[in-house]
Design a protein. Structure first.
Length: 451
């Protein structure tokens, strides 16, 4: 029992000592509750510091979680990232045979529709022209022309394309070769063309019994041939167009000086643009007046009048040709009409001799033609026009006939240049050509077969 009591006492003593040690350790860390104010504040600061550090760790963790949530939301809104592009093949994918056949068929059908519509429009235009005697001012013709122009814009005609061969200067051989292969729509220009529209001379005098338009010779020839009031009927107007070889110096001399540089540099193509008119001198008619020179005409006398001209493509407009004229000639068409021709166009001495011969033949055989009246001199207006032509154009007016009965005039200083006188091609193919002059006149021409 004594041992038990002693053991109990030792146990209690050990417990007290342990509690004292714990209290001392606590006081050393936190201080005693009964210490002064300084010790209490120290304990509070340590607690606050620990709490603040803990709050900062919690806040940083919350921020990280918020950022992760925001990034995930943005990723969901934008969708998944695009997949990487597939590797490029060295050989491009070729269309299948079926796709090629479909494309060719669609193109063929489109071309057939275009050609059908184009042919129908051409037929309507030519029908309107035929029904009105070549009048290009009627409503049916203008309507068909508007449709035809709209269709023709797809052709992309460019008259500025120079046909070259071998060197810098275009040649007639190269142009002919390109025309045969139809490399350019402008190659269709070459050939002989017949005018289907009515003649565009001023002051038409009406129609003769054969339904042919009549004009005075002065209106048909710029007043270059006398007698200018001689009445003639027009049977046809032709327009031969051919390529000119610039190595021919005589041809180049006819080009205005301001346009020659284009030829020398080989940047353009020179073509002829002659106007050939087949006409007949009309027999006398009360409509012509008593003093008409037609009073000596026994029967219609056929003649050919040619006006020589050239064209160059305008560099500023694809379908435009600049035009100028250099001279002309008029001659009898049938050699059997030479005597009557000289009676009308010969000088006063020749006319008097021819009249005396006819008068003698008339007395002996009871036949022959009427005596030619003395030809009046040019009027004041005619003299003014001739003087202006001489001064401005260097015109040489014929004073009489040549030995073969022809009469000629020349313009040594022809007026020409881009924008001054031109024709715009409104439509052109192998058989038909439609143009519009700078004054608005419309010309419809058909290609002569075989030209």
């Amino acid at each position: 029992r004594a041992v038990t009591v002693e053991t109990s006492r030792d146990t209690k003593l050990s417990a007290k000592r342990s509690m004292a040690a714990v209290d001392n350790k606590s006081n050393s860390l936190w201080g005693d509750e009964t210490d002064d104010d300084g010790d209490a504040d120290g304990k509070t600061n340590l607690l606050d510091g620990s709490s603040k550090a803990k709050r900062q760790r919690i806040a940083s963790t919350n921020d990280a979680n918020a950022n992760a949530t925001t990034g995930a939301a943005a990723t969901n809104a934008m969708g998944p990232p695009p997949p990487p592009p597939p590797p490029q093949s060295r050989h491009p994918k070729l269309p299948s045979r079926t796709e090629m056949v479909r494309s060719e068929m669609a193109s063929f059908v489109k071309q057939q529709r275009y050609r059908s519509e184009l042919q129908q429009t051409k037929t309507s235009l030519l029908h309107a022209l035929q029904m009105t005697g070549g009048d290009v001012t009627t409503e049916p013709f203008l309507h068909a022309l508007k449709r035809l122009r709209g269709l023709y814009k797809r052709s992309g005609l460019d008259c500025r394309r120079a046909v070259t061969g071998g060197g810098n200067s275009p040649t007639a051989e190269a142009a002919t070769a390109n025309a045969a292969t139809a490399e350019s729509p402008s190659a269709h220009l070459e050939g002989m063309w017949l005018t289907l529209s009515r003649p565009n001379y001023h002051d038409c005098l009406g129609l003769n019994p054969q339904r042919e338009y009549m004009y005075t010779l002065g209106r048909m020839s710029f007043g270059m041939y006398r007698p200018t009031n001689l009445v003639c009927s027009v049977q046809g107007v032709f327009n031969p167009v051919h390529v000119v070889d610039v190595r021919d110096r005589d041809e180049v001399e006819s080009v205005p000086r301001g346009l020659r540089r284009e030829l020398y540099e080989g940047r353009t193509l020179l073509r002829t643009y002659n106007i050939v008119t087949a006409f007949s001198i009309e027999p006398p008619s009360p409509l012509f007046g008593d003093n008409s020179p037609n009073s000596v005409v026994v029967r219609p006398i056929r003649g050919i009048m040619t006006t020589y001209g050239y064209v160059l493509p305008d560099p500023g407009t694809p379908n435009r040709l600049s035009v100028w004229f250099t001279g002309g000639t008029v001659e009898v068409d049938d050699e059997g009409d030479s005597d009557e021709w000289r009676r009308i166009f010969g000088d006063d001495d020749a006319a008097a001799a021819a009249a005396a011969t006819d008068a003698g033949a008339s007395q002996g055989s009871g036949g022959g033609g009427p005596m030619a009246p003395p030809r009046p001199g040019p009027s004041l207006s005619e003299r003014a026009k001739l003087l202006a032509a001489k001064l401005l154009l260097g015109a040489t007016v014929p004073q009489g006939m040549e030995e073969d009965g022809s009469m000629n005039f020349q313009l040594r200083r022809p007026v020409g240049g881009h924008g001054s006188a031109y024709v715009d091609i409104l439509y052109l193919d192998d058989t038909l050509r439609i143009m519009q002059g700078h004054h608005g006149s419309v010309y419809v021409m058909a290609r002569v077969p075989g030209s």
